[in-house]
Design a protein around this ligand. Structure first.
Ligand code: HEM
Length: 451
C-alpha cells in the first residue's frame, strides 16, 4: 500500500510565484526542482497533480516496465486539439497504436533505411559548399534547412530547391507556429484551436495547405504505383496481418507524413546544432574528431560502411544528445491510481519524464555538465533509464536508427571540411519548446580546414 502523503514539492503559492520565471528556461527550472526535492517532486497545478521524475529507475517504470498503466499525454493533446496529425503515430492513443506502428515500422528497420545513406551524404556535401570562409551563419537555421531537405527527399523523393520548395516553405512556417504555441499549449489544451491567436490561426492554415499538397502527391502515387524508393512508396505498399488495419488509408498516410516531417527533421537539426556549439566550446574534442575523420576517411566522402569506423564521431553525437536532448520532455498520464516510491498518486496525474534532467544527474554521469565524448568508451549501462533521448517502451522513436545515421554521417561530411567558432559576442541561450532550440540562434563563423 502506498502512503497517503504526497511526495515533497513546492507549495501551490510558491509554485505560482515561480512560474513566470520558469518560462525563461523550463528545463533548468525543473532541474532546480529536482535538485531540491529529489527523485519525485509533486507540483500541484490547479486540480491536477503533476509529478516530476528524478530517478532512472522511476523513468524506466513509467516508460517501460509499467507503460500499460499510462497514456501518452502529448498524443492525447494533439488529438484533442485536432490541429495536427489526427491519426499519425504521434497522435494515436493506446488503442490502435500497436496496429498502426506495425504498418509503419518495417519502413524504418535498419536494412531498409540503409539506402538513404547516400542521400544524406550528398545533402551534407551540398550544404558544405554553401558556407564561405569567415562569413557568420546561423547554424540552427542551416541545420533546419539541411534536415528538412533530407526529410523531403527520403519521404517524398522531392528536392527542396525545386519540386519540394512549396512544401519546404510551408513546413518552415508550420514549425514556427507549432513551436510558438508551446508552452501555452500546455495550458490551453483542447481549446487551443478556438483561441484567436495569430500562431494558432497560422498553424491551422499551414496544416490545411500542406495536407492539400500531400493528398495530391498520394493520389498521384496511387495511380502510378512505381516504387520510387522513398518512405511514401513503403507506406503505400505496407501490408499487415491485422484484419482491421491491413493497409494504410490515405488519411493515415497523410497524417504519418506530417508526423514524420514534424517529428523527423527538427530534432535531428537541433541535435546537430548543439553538436557544433559544443565542439566550438571544446577544442580538444574538435581536434579528436578531425583526427578520426582524416585518418579513417582520408578525404573521401563517408558512407554507411564507414559508420562503425567512426566511434569518436558517434560518441560526440551521443554526448551532445545527453547534454541537450532535442526532445527534452516526455509526458505520460496515469490511467488509474499509481504507486511510485511509496507514494500513491491519483488517476489522471501527469508524469514528467525528462531526458534533460536525468541525463544531467551526477549519479549516472560524473561531472555531468562537462562535454566528454570519451565517457562513452566501454561504458557499462547502469540500471534504469539514464540515457533515453529517443524515449523508451512501445512509443520509442521510430526514427532512431535513421537519426544515428543522419547524425554521424552529417557530422563527418561537414567536419571534414569545416571548423566552426562561435561568433564573438553571440550568446547562446537554450529555449526549451517542443524541442530544445535556442532563443537567438547559434551564429557561428565557419573556417575552412587546411588539409
Ligand atoms: C535526433 C533525432 C530524434 C530524437 C531525439 C527523437 C526523439 C523522440 C522521442 C523522445 C520520442 C518519444 C516521445 C514519447 O514517448 O512521448 C519520439 C517519437 C517519435 N519519433 Fe522521434 N526523434 C528523432 C528523430 C526522428 C525521426 C528522424 C523520425 C522519422 C523519420 C521520428 C519520428 C518519430 C515518431 C513517428 C514518433 C512517435 C512514435 C510513437 O508514438 O509510436 N523521430 N521521438
Amino acid at each position: 500500500m502506498g502512503s497517503q502523503t504526497n511526495p515533497p514539492g513546492p507549495s501551490s503559492k510558491t509554485l505560482l510565484s515561480l512560474i513566470p520565471g520558469s518560462f525563461q528556461n523550463p528545463a533548468e527550472f525543473l532541474l532546480d526542482l529536482k535538485r531540491e526535492y529529489g527523485d519525485i517532486t509533486c507540483l500541484r497545478l490547479g486540480i491536477k497533480n503533476v509529478y516530476l521524475i528524478g530517478s532512472a529507475e522511476y523513468a524506466e517504470d513509467i516508460l517501460e516496465t509499467r507503460q500499460e498503466e499510462f497514456s501518452n499525454w502529448v498524443a492525447w493533446f494533439i488529438k484533442s486539439a485536432d490541429i495536427l496529425q489526427g491519426e499519425g503515430l504521434l497522435a494515436t492513443e493506446s488503442e490502435g497504436h500497436t496496429a498502426r506502428r506495425s504498418l509503419v515500422e518495417p519502413a524504418f528497420v535498419r536494412e531498409n533505411i540503409r539506402k538513404y545513406g547516400a542521400v544524406i551524404t550528398s545533402y551534407g556535401v551540398r550544404q558544405r559548399e554553401l558556407w564561405s570562409d569567415g562569413q557568420p551563419s546561423d547554424m540552427e537555421k542551416d541545420m533546419g534547412r539541411l534536415t528538412l531537405g533530407i526529410a523531403l527527399k527520403i519521404l517524398f523523393d522531392l528536392d527542396m530547391d525545386t519540386d519540394g520548395k512549396e512544401i519546404g516553405d510551408i513546413m518552415d512556417k508550420l514549425l514556427f507556429h507549432y513551436s510558438a504555441v508551446f508552452p501555452p499549449v500546455l495550458l490551453a489544451q483542447p481549446l487551443l484551436r478556438h483561441i484567436p491567436h495569430n500562431n494558432v490561426r497560422g498553424l491551422i492554415k499551414e496544416k490545411n495547405e500542406i495536407s492539400k499538397i500531400i493528398y495530391g502527391i498520394i493520389g498521384e502515387r496511387r495511380t502510378d504505383s512505381t516504387d520510387r524508393g522513398d518512405l511514401l512508396s513503403s507506406m503505400i505498399a505496407a501490408r499487415s496481418e491485422n484484419e482491421e488495419l491491413s493497409e494504410m488509408t490515405d488519411t493515415q498516410i497523410m497524417d504519418e507524413c506530417i508526423s514524420m516531417l514534424l517529428a523527423g527533421h527538427d530534432p535531428v537539426a537541433k541535435a546537430l546544432t548543439w553538436t557544433w556549439y559544443l565542439l566550438s566550446q571544446n577544442p580538444e574534442a574538435e581536434q579528436r574528431i578531425h583526427d578520426e575523420l582524416d585518418t579513417v576517411l582520408g578525404g573521401g566522402i563517408p558512407g554507411l560502411p564507414d559508420m562503425d569506423r567512426l566511434p569518436y564521431t558517434e560518441s560526440v553525437f551521443r554526448e551532445a544528445m545527453r547534454l541537450y536532448p532535442p526532445v527534452w520532455m516526455i509526458i505520460r498520464q496515469s490511467l488509474g491510481e499509481f504507486e511510485l516510491g511509496g507514494y500513491s498518486t491519483p488517476k489522471g496525474s501527469l508524469f514528467l519524464v525528462s531526458p534533460y534532467i536525468l541525463q544531467r544527474d551526477p549519479r549516472y554521469y560524473p561531472a555531468p555538465l562537462s562535454f566528454k565524448p570519451e565517457r562513452w568508451k566501454g561504458r557499462d549501462e547502469s540500471s534504469g533509464l539514464s540515457y533515453f533521448p529517443f524515449g523508451g517502451g512501445r512509443r520509442i522513436c521510430t526514427g532512431e536508427s535513421m537519426s544515428w545515421i543522419q547524425g554521424v554521417l552529417l557530422i563527418a561530411v561537414i567536419a571534414q571540411r569545416w571548423s566552426f567558432g562561435l561568433d564573438p559576442g553571440h550568446v547562446v541561450e537554450p529555449k526549451p519548446q517542443i524541442t530544445l532550440g535556442t532563443k537567438h540562434g547559434v551564429t557561428m563563423v565557419p573556417r575552412k580546414r587546411v588539409l
